[in-house]
Design a protein around this ligand. Structure first.
Ligand SMILES: [Zn+2]
Length: 284
């Protein structure tokens, strides 16, 4: 109001007043146009785990993430009341790896697997692509979360995914993770290429660190269900294989990871009528 009085109320000639009025209308039209253009200039929001970009709003961040909101076969889930059945055994063809890329993706620490590590499930071979970690765990057991969770992501030749998940609780130091934990990249986007290190995957998956044929066979004690990626785009048709026996890591090992990455866990999702199976041996 005060601004209008100053412009129009100083005894100006009526024609001058009219010109000022026309200019005002023109300025309004151009500035209104600018206002309408503003939203298209806003930066795309990267998904994450905070209120503004976390699991509750993933589906709103991009049309590609729609399944995060409307998918009916989503992961993770609460592992409770499984149906005990005799599941087909899984063959773990994991070998020692020597050269690794360890990457801070901004969402987790991800270790790329060289070719040559496989699992075989129901006569289908799935190649290990990478493994990564969440803290705290994404899956819960009867409502209880664990300190961390490891995901080993595999892909078949036909393009279907199988993820082996491992729950991690605080306890003894776990030397199987030392080669990776010695090279945790601290900066988002950073990749460390490490040569000549031995990562023994069987030992990582083993609850007691001892690797025998019997132990490797016991990895087949699993929960299984059909789910999704737990991060955008939340793609479904992922075969989930959760080992029933958690492994341990020391408080210091868990703290070392959490100092870099923490709270990167999606909450559990509804089962929506899916079957959750467990090996009969594991349920005895
Ligand atoms: Zn994961």
């Amino acid at each position: 109001m005060e601004f209008a009085k100053l412009i129009l109320g100083c005894g100006l000639h009526p024609i001058t007043k009219s010109l000022i009025g026309i200019m005002c209308v023109f300025m309004c039209i151009t500035s209104c146009g600018k206002t309408r253009n503003a939203p298209s200039q806003t930066k795309k929001i990267e998904w994450g785990y905070e209120a503004k970009n976390g699991p509750d709003v993933w589906a709103e961040l991009s049309p590609e993430y729609i399944l995060c909101g409307v998918g009916k076969h989503q992961s993770p889930i609460d592992l409770v009341n499984p149906t005990p059945v005799k599941l087909s055994p899984i063959t773990y063809e994991y070998y020692r790896t020597t050269d690794l890329n360890i990457r801070h993706t901004g969402h987790t620490i991800e270790v790329a697997s060289p070719e040559g590590n496989w699992i075989v499930v129901d006569d289908t071979r799935y190649q290990l692509l990478q493994f990564h970690f969440h803290a705290p765990s994404e899956h819960t057991v009867a409502g209880q979360p664990f300190d961390m969770e490891m995901h080993l992501v595999h892909k078949s030749e036909a393009g279907s995914l199988a993820v082996v998940g491992l729950l991690i609780k605080s306890g003894s130091h776990n030397a199987a993770f030392d080669p990776v934990w010695a090279h945790l990249p601290a900066v988002p986007g950073e990749t460390l290429h490490i040569e000549q290190i031995n990562v023994h995957l069987h030992r990582m998956l083993s609850a007691n660190g001892q690797v025998t044929d019997e132990v490797v066979r016991s990895f087949s004690n699993t929960y299984r269900y059909d789910g999704s990626l737990t991060t955008p785009p939340c793609s479904e048709d992922v075969k989930w294989i959760m080992l029933t026996t958690p492994i341990e890591m020391s408080e210091a090992q868990i703290a070392a990871f959490r100092a870099i990455i923490h709270d990167n866990n999606r909450p559990v999702q509804p089962l929506n009528g899916r079957e959750l199976l467990v090996d009969v041996e594991a349920n005895e």
